[in-house]
Design a protein around this ligand. Structure first.
Ligand SMILES: [Zn+2]
Length: 228
């Protein structure tokens, strides 16, 4: 597996909540990590008393803080409105140009196959939209005729937020770092202790194999029969 990662999310904090421990683990292993954040997350409820512009500013600042704590190479903000992520060609093209620029071997993103609608948070509209847009952008980035710039073939998806995970990554040694990364998103929770307890409880339940883990559906992208 190559050493360049692009993690894509719908909102600031999605990456930290869903795969912050794995990011920390891979960073320590020498991976180069990039983030792309689709919306500004300004509808986050803990900062509702501020103007929209101020809320956007807070959430960008928090995401940049978390990225800096991890040592992320670059954060791309796509600047869409929270809860209004459009499912269109503009979004797909923006993602394709980031993929062509970063040239990742692995992409982390929401699982487009999770249509269980069992969780009002996990199956959020923006999560569903970004999941499919990323999947489609990975296809388009392989195609030399789709858009300007040299084509690029991603090797593997690590889908987070799966309803049918096929991989559990142990993050037992990275739990403190994960909590620290989530803590950077100060506008998203009341008390650190409550957040920490909630996160640890969740991550201890995924599998009995590890004390704390994150769950994924890992998909290898097979080379096509003919070159696109
Ligand atoms: Zn989200």
């Amino acid at each position: 597996m190559g050493k360049v990662i692009l993690a894509v999310s719908a909102h600031p904090d999605d990456i930290e909540f869903h795969c912050g421990g794995t990011m920390s683990k891979l960073k320590d292993k020498g991976y180069e990590i990039h983030y792309a954040i689709a919306t500004n997350g300004e509808n986050g409820f803990k900062i509702e008393h501020k103007s929209r512009a101020a809320r956007v500013k807070v959430r960008h600042k928090e995401q940049l803080k978390a990225a800096k704590l991890l040592g992320v190479r670059e954060v791309f903000f796509l600047n869409y409105r929270d809860c209004h992520l459009p499912k269109n060609d503009e979004l797909r093209l923006k993602l394709v140009s980031i993929i062509k620029k970063v040239r990742p071997d692995v992409i982390f993103s929401f699982d487009p196959a999770n249509k269980s609608f069992e969780s009002i948070n996990l199956n959020h509209r923006d999560h569903r939209v970004i999941a499919e847009a990323v999947f489609d952008a990975v296809f388009a980035a392989r195609n030399r005729y789709f858009s300007a710039g040299e084509s690029h073939a991603v090797s593997r998806f690590w889908f987070y937020g799966p309803d049918k995970p096929n991989h559990y990554e142990s993050i037992t040694d990275h739990i403190s770092k994960k909590i620290e990364l989530i803590e950077a998103h100060r506008s998203q929770f009341d008390k650190k202790e409550t957040m920490e307890k909630w996160v640890k409880e969740h991550l201890s339940k995924y599998t009995r194999k590890y004390k704390f883990s994150e769950k994924f559906r890992v998909v290898d992208i097979k080379k096509p029969f003919v070159n696109t």
